[in-house]
Structure formats: structure tokens, C-alpha cells
Ligand binder design. Structure first.
Ligand code: 5AD
Ligand code: SF4
Length: 444
């Protein structure tokens, strides 16, 4: 019997990947995608716990879903409501008490058990809570990727984190660091490429801590894995995220020098430019270490561009600390970046630190930092005008005869081009910067 499934995804790319895998495990039970929650027999909220705002969104979405579910039951039907992801992992019991109409709460390591949990829910009354931490099992038991993935796909190679930055919930919600064996990554990559994928983004909370079992015995790091992936025919582009500066090694830097498929664009969160704050965050490197890393990447690959994450208003951050962050940004020059006000997360060390920063101060610092980062992004985009960039076309544009693709720097690029360009890389001369993308013409 055909049933409809609606998954709403919050947060990081890992969640986007996990949502696709949840759809894969539920497909054999007859679940096909729904347009929206209104016509769904099962709704999954795949949640994010990283900052407080992300968590609140989940509870307000649950509030909106409740009447839909009640209505359905009045009409004699049923809507299974599941909360997955990191809020489920961290706040499982809280969800069931604040939102008792939720049927299923499941942590990120339990998705392979989803069919069994759905079966239990359909039989039994009362909600099911499954947020255990058997890390390794998940990759082994999820089915092979099935659905067609388009031109660009994510491939999860590593999960969890052992770094314990003092602000971060990930080590608690995603558990200990675990790397998937290289063989199974390569096999999934080949399957995806056979299905038409041309660009892979390797995912992991701490992706460059990757140390998967190698096909020859021993372990491979990320640099070695990338070299092996570069041998998969027709795989044109490789990316990875998210990295930690501490785990960058020479093998990874030389992969950037020598593997042409590896894109010259790197998301490398630094969080702060102040050594004092970096230490309080337990980042385990100094601002100068980050500067040196940037130099090494640039020496290996002169056209590389960087993206980063920043937290402002971390407990104890002084004006001087914040100015050090601004100075680091000015020196490095980011093509793109994400910046956030520090948000205390229950159970993390920094939530209990003295000298929490007033909201007004946080806002003022965030505004200043974002103004700087936005101007750097604009400058980077404008510097692309007149350049020829290889663009991988992913889909048709809104206008007739238009294709949309991505530059090596993940910029969206709109071009008038024949439809047979889809899935291909073409040289494009960049002519203009639009609001969130670039425009250009094919180089004949
Ligand atoms: N408060 C603010 N930002 C946070 N991040 C992670 N935890 C917090 C927090 N408690 C940010 C970091 C991280 C990104 C994914 O989210 O910058 O790199
Ligand atoms: Fe969180 Fe730090 Fe691990 Fe990144 S490295 S996931 S910020 S604990």
C-alpha cells in the first residue's frame, strides 16, 4: 500500500544526507515523498540542536503539526509523527513530555532501525524513544543509496566528534568519532557516479579527522581517500566538509596541490581570532596556526578560496578579543562565511562559564563582523567578473534556455546554454554579480 512521507530537514548537510537515507529505508515499506505535511502519513522532523534557535523551531513546528495530526485521526486516519536528529538525541524525554502527541523519537545513530520502529508504533500505543549510541552499526545497516541523486551528491564518510569544543553539542548528540571503511565509501561513490552524479561532497562533522580502514589493511586519511576517489572515472569534482584546523595534514594539503578534481574551495571554521578565546573554546590551536595553514593551502593551490565559521560573544570575549577576530578576517579574506552569536547549550562546559556576554554586545559585534564578511564576499564575487570559470551545470534555470550550475567556489552561475550541458562542466566567462549568484556566457 502506498503511503506518503514528508521529511523536514533542519541544520547541517549531514542532516540533509540522513534525511535522504531515512527516505531510502522507508521506501520498502511503501513510503513515497509527499508534497507537504498535509497529505503525509508520516512526518519526520530531522532536527538540529547546535544553537538554541534551531531547537525552538522544532517545538513551534510540532505545534503546527499537532492540529493536522488530530484532524487526521478524527477522520479515521493516522499520521505518524517522528522527531529525528540531534534534538531527538539530546532532548528525547523532553520532547515526549512537551509534545506527547509525537510517536517516535530517534537519534542519528538509529535510522537503520526506522522500519522496525515504525512497525512498533503502528502496533502499539505510546511513543517510542530510540536514541542509543551504537555508532558503527548505522553505516553497515543502511541500505545502498537508491534514489537518483542529480548531478551533485553528498557522501557521508565520517560521523561524530571527539574534539569537545566547549560550546558544542555535537560530541554529545552525534557521539564518538567514527570513520567509514574506505572500501564502502569507494563503492558508494561508484554507485552514485553510475547514477549520474558528477560531484561528490564528502561529509563528516570532523571530516578531515577521517581515518577509515584501507583496502590494503591499515588506515587511510582524508588526503589518501581523495586520491582514490579521484580515480573513479567520470567523477569530476570532489569537495569535503566540515574540517577542523587541527586535523589538516600534509597529505590533505598535497591532495589540493595534485588532485585536479579536488575543488579549490575550503570550509575551515576558525571560530575566533583571539588565542584566549580559542583556548577557552578548547580549539587546541592558536590564531597564528590558522594563518599558517591558510598560507600552506595557498602555496599548494594559489587559486584556493576559504569559507569559515565564527562565534561572537563567547563567554569572557573582550573588545580586544573581538578585534583580534576582525583582524584575522581582514588578513585572510574570506570568500564566504557563517557567523553566530554564542548560544549556551545545556550540558556543554561553556554554558557554565562566568562572564557570559550581554545580548546587546553580542548583536553589535555580530553586525560588525557580518558587515566585514559580507563586503569580503561581495569583493570576491566581483573579482570573478571577467574571469573564465569552469561551471558544472546542475539544473535548468527559471528562464527559457537557461542553465544553472556551480563554480569551483560554490557560487551559483546562470548561463544561457543548451540543455545537453546538464551534468557537464563548461567554461563560462563571468559577466555580472546578481544578488546571490553570478551570471555569464559560455566560452565557445
Ligand atoms: N553557539 C553559537 N554557535 C555555535 N556553533 C556551534 N555551537 C555553537 C553555539 N553553542 C557554530 C560553530 C560551528 C557551526 C556549525 O555552528 O561556528 O562551526
Ligand atoms: Fe563541535 Fe568542535 Fe567537534 Fe566541530 S570540532 S563538531 S565545533 S566539538
Amino acid at each position: 500500500m502506498s503511503k506518503k512521507l514528508f521529511i523536514k530537514t533542519y541544520g547541517c548537510q549531514m542532516n540533509v544526507y540522513d534525511s535522504a537515507r531515512m527516505a531510502d529505508v522507508l521506501a520498502p515499506l511503501g513510503y513515497t515523498p509527499a508534497e507537504g505535511p498535509e497529505d503525509a502519513d508520516m512526518v519526520v522532523l530531522n532536527t538540529c540542536h547546535i544553537r538554541e534557535k534551531a531547537e525552538e523551531k522544532v517545538f513551534s513546528e510540532l505545534g503546527r503539526l499537532k492540529p493536522l495530526k488530530i484532524e487526521r485521526e478524527k477522520a479515521g486516519g493516522r499520521m505518524i509523527l517522528a522527531v529525528a536528529g540531534c534534538v531527538a538525541q539530546a532532548e528525547g524525554a523532553e520532547i515526549l513530555s512537551r509534545a506527547p502527541f509525537v510517536d517516535l523519537v530517534l537519534g542519528p545513530q538509529t535510522y537503520h532501525r526506522l522500519p522496525e520502529m515504525v512497525a512498533r508504533v503502528t502496533r502499539a500505543a505510546g511513543a517510542v524513544l530510540d536514541t542509543e549510541f551504537p555508532a558503527e552499526a548505522k553505516f553497515d545497516f543502511l541500505p545502498e543509496t537508491t534514489s537518483s541523486k542529480g548531478v551533485s551528491a553528498f557522501l557521508s564518510i565520517q560521523e561524530g566528534c571527539d574534539k569537545f569544543c566547549t560550546f558544542c553539542v555535537v560530541p554529545y548528540t552525534r557521539g564518538a568519532e567514527f570513520s567509514r571503511p574506505a572500501q564502502s565509501v569507494l563503492a558508494e561513490a561508484r554507485r552514485l557516479v553510475a547514477a549520474g552524479v558528477r560531484e561528490l561532497t564528502l561529509l563528516g562533522q570532523n571530516v578531515n579527522a577521517y581515518h577509515g580502514a584501507s583496502p590494503e589493511g591499515g588506515e587511510w586519511g582524508l588526503g589518501r581517500l581523495i586520491r582514490a576517489l579521484a580515480e573513479v572515472p567520470d567523477l569530476a569534482r570532489i569537495r569535503y566538509m566540515t574540517s577542523h584546523p587541527l586535523d589538516v595534514d600534509e597529505a590533505l594539503i598535497s591532495a589540493h596541490r595534485e588532485v585536479p578534481q579536488l575543488m579549490p574551495f575550503l570550509h575551515l571554521p576558525v571560530q575566533s581570532g583571539s588565542d584566549r578565546v580559542l583556548e577557552a573554546m578548547n580549539r587546541r590551536h592558536r590564531a597564528d596556526d590558522f594563518r599558517r595553514l591558510i598560507e600552506r593551502f595557498r602555496a599548494a593551490r594559489p587559486d584556493i578560496a576559504f569559507s569559515s565559521d565564527f562565534i561572537v560573544g563567547f563567554p569572557g570575549e573582550t573588545d580586544e578579543d573581538f578585534e583580534a577576530t576582525m583582524a584575522l578576517c581582514r588578513e585572510v579574506g574570506f570568500a564566504q562565511a557563517f557567523s553566530f552569536k554564542y548560544s549556551p547549550r545545556p550540558g556543554t562546559p561553556a554554558a557554565g562559564f562566568p562572564r557570559q556576554i550581554a545580548e546587546a554586545v553580542q548583536s553589535e559585534r555580530l553586525d560588525r563582523l557580518q558587515e566585514l564578511l559580507t563586503s569580503q564576499q561581495r569583493a570576491f564575487n566581483e573579482a570573478c567578473i571577467g574571469r573564465e570559470l569552469p561551471v558544472l551545470f546542475e539544473r535548468r534555470g527559471r528562464h527559457e534556455g537557461q542553465l544553472v550550475g556551480r563554480s569551483p567556489y560554490l557560487q551559483g552561475v546562470h548561463v544561457t546554454a543548451p540543455a545537453d550541458g546538464l551534468g557537464r562542466i563548461r567554461q563560462v566567462r563571468i559577466q555580472r554579480v546578481d544578488r546571490n549568484s553570478l551570471g555569464g556566457e559560455l566560452v565557445s
